[in-house]
Design a protein around this ligand. Structure first.
Ligand code: NAD
Length: 261
């Protein structure tokens, strides 16, 4: 199996993409340490996987350095040695610069940027000490392509793409690889939640518009992101380092299909 020998810690694992990654990683032989704000929810959602001791669910708030240090200590004491770290947890706010409040910026940068920093800082030393490992960051198409009304979120995701490259160049000699995935719209609770919050009563129209945004004509499925994650966390991608991998149904390829056909 493609992830035999990998012990993968995933943050924000209770969400749509996180759950798909848990399933795909377990299916490829990994031990998965799945973390989120609510560990019990992960356990409930994963019951059908019958993962046994291959799945360890723990509470982890990526904005809480002492909680992160506590988990790192706990895992060490249990002999669980992380060699793959997936920084997946995120917060989003919608709006242009003039809509954004400083609280929006603090929330989004606190979870997305500082959270990635906190968790990576806690787990990277162990990975280096054991001869290397892989960091996979969930960025976004918004990291590389300005999306309307995503000022705070896009800025945080652009920072993640550069944090990924910085880790890649700084730790390559320590056996660490770092890459990020940049998806366009993925059909997860993330989308449902912000449609409900920001566009009440217009959810259906907005959902259809978000689907049309991808020239392929639909949203990405979480399992399609998880498939790329499996590759980037496996040894098949041993020569892949510092990359930002777009999965966007053709958004970045160029023009949208013309109305004339
Ligand atoms: N869904 C999309 O369209 C899309 C597109 C591009 C990138 N992404 C990125 O993919 C990743 C996963 O997104 P998703 O769609 O599965 O989202 P989701 O909302 O379904 O899941 C996100 C998870 O992060 C957790 N979380 C939030 N704050 C946290 C904190 N402080 N500490 C720990 N966990 C926290 C939430 O509890 C949630 O389970 C995110 O980084 C997101 O930015 C999503």
């Amino acid at each position: 199996m493609r992830l035999n020998g990998k012990t993968c810690l995933i943050t924000g694992a209770g969400g749509g993409i996180g759950m798909a990654m848990i399933e795909a990683f377990l299916a490829e032989g990994a031990i998965v340490v799945a973390t989120d704000l609510d560990a019990d929810q992960i356990v409930r959602n994963c019951e059908h996987l019958q993962a046994g001791s291959q799945l360890i669910a723990r509470r982890l708030d990526v904005t809480d350095p002492s909680g992160i240090a506590g988990l790192a200590e706990q895992l060490k004491a249990e002999g669980v040695e992380i060699n793959v770290l997936v920084n997946n947890a995120a917060a989003i706010t919608i709006g242009k610069l003039l809509d954004a409040t400083v609280e929006d910026l603090r929330l989004v940068f606190g979870v997305n940027v500082e959270g990635l920093f906190n968790v990576t800082k806690a787990f990277l030393p162990g990975m280096i000490a054991r001869g290397g490992g892989t960091v996979l960051n969930m960025a976004s198409l918004a990291s590389v392509h300005a999306m309307h009304e995503r000022f705070a979120y896009s800025s945080s995701k652009a920072a993640i793409a550069m944090m990924t490259r910085s880790i890649a160049v700084d730790y390559v000699k320590d056996g660490i690889r770092a890459n990020c995935i940049c998806p366009a719209r993925v059909h997860t609770p993330f989308i449902e939640n912000y449609l409900k919050k920001y566009y009440p009563g217009e959810e259906k129209e907005r959902f259809e518009a978000l689907s049309r945004y991808q020239p392929v004509g639909r949203m990405i499925q979480p399992s399609e992101v998880a498939a790329m994650a499996v590759y980037l966390c496996s040894d098949e991608s041993a020569m892949v380092n510092g990359g930002s991998f777009v999965i966007d149904g053709g958004v970045m390829a160029g023009d949208q299909p013309s109305p004339e056909g």
